[in-house]
Write a protein that binds this ligand. Sequence first.
Ligand SMILES: [Zn+2]
Length: 295
Amino acid sequence: MHAKVMDALGQLPNELASALRPIIEDKNFDSTISPEQFEHLLAHTNLSDSDLRLALLPVAAAYAVVPISNFYVGAIVRGTSGRLYFGANMEFAGASMACTIHAEQSAISHAWIKGETGIKDVTINYSPCGHCRQFMNELNTAKELVIQLPERQPMTLQQYLPESFGPADLGIEDALLSDIDNGITIAEQSELAVAACDAANRSHAPYSKNFSGVALKAKDGRVFVGMYAENAAFNPSLPPLQVALINMNMSGYKLSELVEAALVESAESQISQLARTQALLEALNPDIQMTYVAY
Ligand SMILES: [Zn+2]
């Protein structure tokens, strides 16, 4: 796990730090808190549900990779299963600003990667920017989604984003995080291409139909997948490489450990992930090998 995440325990109230330490130090800790663990933390701290989530934010923010801004944003989302997922912002030196990942996108993607099919609430240490409000409006739970900020009453996303534009305006019913299978198959059978194809099968791309996925391999052989998350307003769409990098970061890996990548996307779509994927990988490390499969 990242050293900064362990250090963040020192910023927490004593009762919370002592109850959380064994959870975070467990070798199987995956940057999530189960409903049972959350109940245990509530009992040990006497905090309310929202105050406990707010108190945990320094741990989420410790995952931030922010070489440009040095501005640490943490987010915690609760999936419909009740599990909590940490997320943090990520920036990439040498790449375009458009590659930046916001904390809300990180936490939501983290929950999606691990199989959640809806988000109940989002807790953040700074007010969500307009880009993130639009990104969250793509969720299948956007109408009920609750946002919790420090020193604020909980409010719904729709209160933060009045008169919103979303998937329903373009006739889309399977919104982001819906459990879908795009039914893609490829001939290429390398480990990374197969993993990227599995991710493409779960991707949300109702506007371009460019169902796409990325798989990344770390030096130790571990594989991290990412699915494309398209948005009704197009620009807030999160490319599959970004989701895979979130996966890697939230698994406690440094991006410098990335050695190999695969991108699987449609050859028939009017858009392509190829140029942006290559550009960001090049900025991360020009020696990363990439397999490209257009089905
Ligand atoms: Zn944002």
